[in-house]
Design a protein around this ligand. Structure first.
Ligand code: TYM
Length: 377
C-alpha cells in the first residue's frame, strides 16, 4: 500500500519541468568540471513565499535538473534552526511536514536528491559543537541575522535598540550550525538568497580554520561557494526597504506558494510603487516598481528591462493586473501539487526517513574523519 502510494507520487513528479528562469552561473559543462556536492536548507516556519521560491528554491530545482551524474544534491528542512526563535510546537510539527510536501511539489525528486529533516541527523549538531570550539565569538557578533531577528521579534525600531540580554545562545550560534549543515556533506555549492551571503562567508572561514588547525596532507573541507539566482533579494510588497520575509507582521507583504488567485491579485494590487507614472526598471531609485518587474519577469522568463519597455505608457493598474496573472500561472502547478501531497503523511514520512538514511551515510564518513583529526578517535 505504502509502496504503491510512493510509486504513484514519484510518477506525479515531473523532474524536467522548468519553473523559473535563473542565471547560467552554475550551468554544467560536465566534461571539464569537478563533482559538485550541493547543499541547502530551509526553515519550517510556514509556507515558503515568492522570495524563498525565486531567490533560492528555484535554484535547488535547477541544480537538480542540470546535475551531472556524479553530482550529489542534498536538501534539508532545518528544524533545529527554527527552534532559535520561539515556536508553537503543534504549528512547528505541522510546518515541518508541510515543508517536505512543498519541496516535492516544486519538483525536487527524491530519486535524485537527498531530501530530509535536519533533526533526523545528529551529525549536524555534533559537528556544530566541534566548530563552536574553533569559532571566535567576535565573528558571530558581527553577523547581522541575530540582530535583525531580535529587532523583528521585539518590535524595536532598529539594531541600536536590540536588547542583548534577550539573546539566546542558539540564535547567536545559528551560523555555526549552518556551517555544520553544509560541511557535514563537504558541500561545494550552496544555493541561497542574498541574505545568507554573510553566513556562507563564515562557513568558509570555519572550514579554513578547521583545515589549518587540524592540518594533514590534504584539507578536510572544501570552501563552499554560494549560488544565487537573478532574483536573489525579493523585497516586501509593502516596504521596499525590507526583504520579503516570513516573519514580517503584515501578511500582505508576501505572496505564499499556497495563496489563492484572488489573494495574489489583491496583494499585487496593493504592492508599493511610486508617484512617477512612467514604467522604468531602476532598482536604486524605484525599488518597489523594480521589485514588481523582477517578480513578473521571473514568472514569465523575460527580463525586467524588457517588461519596463513593454509597459511604459501603460497604467500601474494594468501592469499589476498582468503581473498578478503571471504569478498566478507560475504558482498554479506547485500549488496544485502541494494540495495533493500535503496530507499524505505516510508518503512524506517515508521520503523523510529514506532521505535521512542517505544523509547519515554521507555525513557519517565526514564525522569519522573529524573525530580522528581532532583526537576523539
Ligand atoms: P530561510 O528559511 O530563511 O530561507 C530559505 C531560503 O530563501 C532565501 N530567501 C530569499 N531569497 C530572496 N529574497 C527573499 N526575500 C528571501 N527570503 C529568504 C534564503 O536566502 C534561503 O536561501 N539560514 C537559512 C537556512 C539554512 C541553510 C543552511 C541554508 C540552514 N542551514 C545551510 C543553506 C545552507 C535560512 O534561514 O533560510
Amino acid at each position: 500500500m505504502l509502496a504503491s502510494c510512493f510509486r504513484r507520487r514519484l510518477d506525479l513528479l515531473t523532474p524536467g519541468r522548468r519553473l523559473v528562469s535563473t542565471a547560467a552561473n552554475a550551468s554544467a559543462s560536465t566534461s571539464t568540471r569537478r563533482k559538485r556536492v550541493v547543499f541547502s536548507g530551509i526553515q519550517p516556519t510556514g509556507i515558503p513565499h515568492l522570495g524563498n521560491y525565486l531567490g533560492a528554491l528555484s535554484n535547488w530545482k535547477r541544480l537538480q535538473d542540470e546535475a551531472a551524474p556524479e553530482d550529489v544534491l542534498i536538501f534539508s528542512v532545518v528544524g533545529w534552526h527554527a527552534l532559535t526563535m520561539p515556536q508553537n510546537p503543534a504549528e512547528l510539527r505541522q510546518a515541518r511536514a508541510s515543508m517536505m510536501a512543498v519541496l516535492l511539489a516544486m519538483g525536487l525528486d527524491p530519486r535524485r536528491s537527498v531530501i530530509f529533516h535536519q533533526d533526523h541527523n545528529p551529525d549536524h549538531t555534533e559537528l556544530a559543537w566541534v566548530f563552536n570550539c574553533i569559532t571566535p565569538i567576535g565573528k558571530l557578533r558581527r553577523m547581522t541575522t541575530w540582530k535583525s531577528k531580535l529587532v523583528t521579534a521585539r518590535n524595536a525600531n532598529d539594531e541600536t535598540e536590540v536588547d542583548e540580554s534577550l539573546l539566546h545562545v542558539g540564535l547567536f550560534d545559528y551560523p555555526v550550525l549552518q556551517a555544520a549543515d553544509i560541511l557535514a556533506y563537504k558541500a561545494t555549492h550552496v544555493p541561497v538568497g542574498e541574505d545568507q551571503q554573510q553566513h556562507l562567508e563564515l562557513c568558509r572561514d570555519i572550514a579554513d580554520s578547521f583545515n589549518r588547525t587540524f592540518k594533514e596532507r590534504s584539507p578536510l573541507f572544501p570552501l563552499p561557494q554560494h549560488v544565487f539566482t537573478p532574483q536573489k533579494r525579493i523585497l516586501s510588497l509593502r516596504d521596499s526597504s525590507a526583504k520579503m520575509s516570513k516573519s514580517a507582521p503584515d501578511p500582505k507583504s508576501r505572496i505564499l506558494l499556497t495563496d489563492t488567485t484572488s489573494e495574489i491579485s489583491k496583494k499585487i494590487a496593493g504592492a508599493q510603487t511610486d508617484s512617477d507614472p512612467s514604467v522604468t526598471y531602476d532598482p536604486v531609485s524605484r525599488p518597489g516598481l523594480a521589485n514588481l518587474l523582477t517578480i513578473f519577469a521571473a514568472c514569465t522568463e523575460t527580463s525586467p528591462e524588457d517588461l519596463a519597455r513593454k509597459y511604459d505608457g501603460s497604467s500601474f493598474a494594468k501592469l499589476k493586473k498582468d503581473a498578478a496573472e503571471a504569478v498566478n500561472a507560475f504558482l498554479s502547478g506547485p500549488r496544485a501539487e502541494f494540495a495533493k501531497l500535503k496530507d499524505e503523511t505516510g508518503y512524506l514520512d517515508e521520503i523523510a526517513r529514506t532521505g535521512a538514511e542517505k544523509a547519515r551515510d554521507i555525513s557519517g564518513k565526514t564525522m569519522s574523519e573529524v573525530r580522528r583529526r581532532v583526537g576523539l578517535a
